[in-house]
Design a protein around this ligand. Structure first.
Ligand code: ADP
Length: 311
């Protein structure tokens, strides 16, 4: 095999009570990538369409993730990458994770799959380190494994794929404003009252149980964040109203996607996810915030190889 084309999906991290640990893979929003073997050892990005991002290997998350993989592979091999960037960088739906994960999954395929999914996650995390300063796994894990994932520990890396109920659907609204990751971090408190911590881990446990039992009421009761969301909500225009409308329209729960500004809602079934989207759009139509919306089921597959179109 000399080349592969793939779809690298967007993802939602920081799912309500699961700040920094729970993530899920989205279905119909993602980047397209084309990787080719090259006789010249090393990794090069030869084209990025759709967005103004650096081609230099060491400045692009795809390049940094690829370098981590090539370093572990040890033998001299060469690859060239073209990216059709469809997820807006900084939108809060794992734009950097899609590039980092897509690059390493694609190279691994062309090398005959010498690396395990967990190793691929660890390489992709190096891309995340470039994007936001810390090598977190809560976006790259669901993009590589598909579905819902839980990052139990970073050192040693321990990622648990979770069951994802078939009818679960996501609505994501992206207000076209910038929320700097640094600002989203700065508003967080370093100390948590024990009572809130207890509620939070009770909800994480209950949410995981709800996913396995396909108990949508339990999922709904558990999609609560008492720690991060109250601090970050003020960074997102109309957040409380978005949540109110989504809940009224039947969403199981609603929260901040990643570090924002996107806001996600989970629903039972695509019909409800569309109703929820409409109710959230009304909030931004009213206050005049430009936005885009994605509505999709949870993607059980993660990165997917596709037929090459225009290389
Ligand atoms: P998101 O909020 O959608 O998860 P991130 O904040 O994770 O996006 O990543 C965006 C940052 O990573 C931006 O600073 C962007 O310039 C940088 N970056 C470098 N390479 C890429 C890439 N291939 N795709 C997306 N972002 C990249």
């Amino acid at each position: 095999m000399e080349s592969v084309s793939l779809f690298a999906p967007a993802s939602i991290a920081n799912i309500s009570c699961g700040f920094d640990v729970l993530g899920l893979c989205l279905d119909n929003v993602g980047d397209l990538m084309h990787l080719e073997k090259s006789n010249k050892p090393g990794f090069r990005i030869t084209e990025i369409k759709g967005q103004d991002l650096p081609l230099e290997t060491e400045k692009n998350v795809a390049g940094v993730a690829a370098q981590a993989l090539l370093k572990a592979y040890k033998e001299p091999v060469g690859f060239e990458l073209k990216i059709d960037k469809r997820i807006k960088a900084g939108s809060g739906i794992g734009s950097s994770a899609a590039s980092a994960a897509g690059a390493v999954v694609g190279i691994n395929k062309l090398l005959g799959e010498p690396f395990s999914p967990l190793e691929l996650i660890s390489f992709a995390m190096e891309g995340e380190r470039l994007a936001c300063g810390s090598a977190h796994a809560d976006n790259v894990a669901p993009v590589i494994l598909g579905g819902f994932t839980l990052v139990r520990s970073l050192e040693p890396l321990d990622v648990i794929p979770l069951h994802s109920p078939l009818e679960l659907a996501a609505t994501v609204i992206h207000p076209e404003i910038e929320v700097k990751t640094a600002d989203a971090r700065a508003v967080l408190h370093n100390k948590i009252p024990l009572k809130k911590a207890i509620n939070q881990w009770a909800n994480v446990g209950a949410l995981v149980s709800g996913l396995y039992q396909e108990d949508y009421d339990l999922i709904s009761r558990s999609l609560v964040d008492e720690i991060v969301e109250p601090a970050r909500a003020m960074l997102i225009p109309g957040f409380d109203q978005l949540k109110e409308n989504a809940t009224q329209a039947g969403a199981l729960g609603c929260g901040i996607s990643g570090s924002g500004p996107s806001v996600f809602a989970l629903s039972k079934g695509m019909t409800n996810a569309h109703l929820v989207a409409k109710s959230m759009a009304e909030v931004y139509d009213k206050i005049g915030v430009p936005y885009e919306i994605h509505i999709c089921p949870i993607n059980p597959n993660g990165v997917q190889f596709i037929e090459p179109k225009n290389k």
